[in-house]
Design a protein around this ligand. Sequence first.
Ligand code: PLP
Length: 318
Amino acid sequence: MNAPPPLDPRLPSPLDEVADERFARRGVRLLLKRDDLIHPALPGNKWRKLAPNLAAAAGRPVLTFGGAYSNHLRAVAAAGRLFGFPTTGVVRGDELAGRPLNPSLARCAADGMRLLFVDRATYRAKDDPEVLASLLDRAPEGSTVVPEGGSNALAVRGCAELGRELRGRADVVAVACGTGGTLAGLAAGLGPGQRALGIPVLRGGFLGGGIRALQTSAYGGPVGDWSLDERFHGGGYARTSPALHAFAEDFGARHGLAVERLYVAKMLHGLTTLTEEGAFPPGTTLAAVITGTPGPGDPGGDGGPGDGGNPGGPAVAG
Ligand SMILES: *Cc1c(COP(=O)(O)O)cnc(C)c1O
């Protein structure tokens, strides 16, 4: 096999102060941590989480998991194309198999990913050794498994670099959470006196335990100062509303970026609401992590207009 092409990530990612009167009115400074600019095909936290996992896979085929609109699946498929290794995506929902691919899965397929559609019960049981073995039977020989959302100990340690890049630069760092792997690493990398604030985009209130488990797998126990605010999921994963779209549109127009709707818009909306509620004392510097870009077919994405990001049903993170 030829040497893989370099990923050429833009690291550290830019940290830009923006002028926004909703924050300024409260004496709060707002910085945007532009992880969305790290790499065009592997943006944001997906680059931070995948890079160490792909190094560990050492060019072997990769099998991973995701929902029908998974940013993680797209990132793995893109990495497979860039590095030249085979990828298999296990997709939640066997009813999708008989339909035309949505823009996100079409991108995965165009990048060469083999898609395996499985029913929800099988998807839930994917960590069961027998279920996993039967999925691996349908993937290229010698495939390495990367978990759903790419979140494991390697990913958490990769995301700690995000925290280190922000040392001394902000008092509170806000990030959207799916699996919580990014928050787990971010909190571990921040310096003394800084705290991480996670905004879960899934409903359920189960995320805290998952984050503690991820930190334990990476570091042997809980690390850093972090908390979650569970109020801003807007109904659950991939649920969006006209109000959220309007907020995202306005924020993007004010500050010159395309706001991803499933994660980034909910985090920015939560942070704006908290600031307006007076949650941060005057003099606070906030950093909002822009963890990704709109997907193909999403508003602001490269697949044209339309809300490809809202499948309208319960789904999974990543
Ligand atoms: C995957 C993703 C997240 C969630 O990251 P976790 O580590 O699973 O919490 C947040 N934002 C964007 C844009 C993502 O694609």
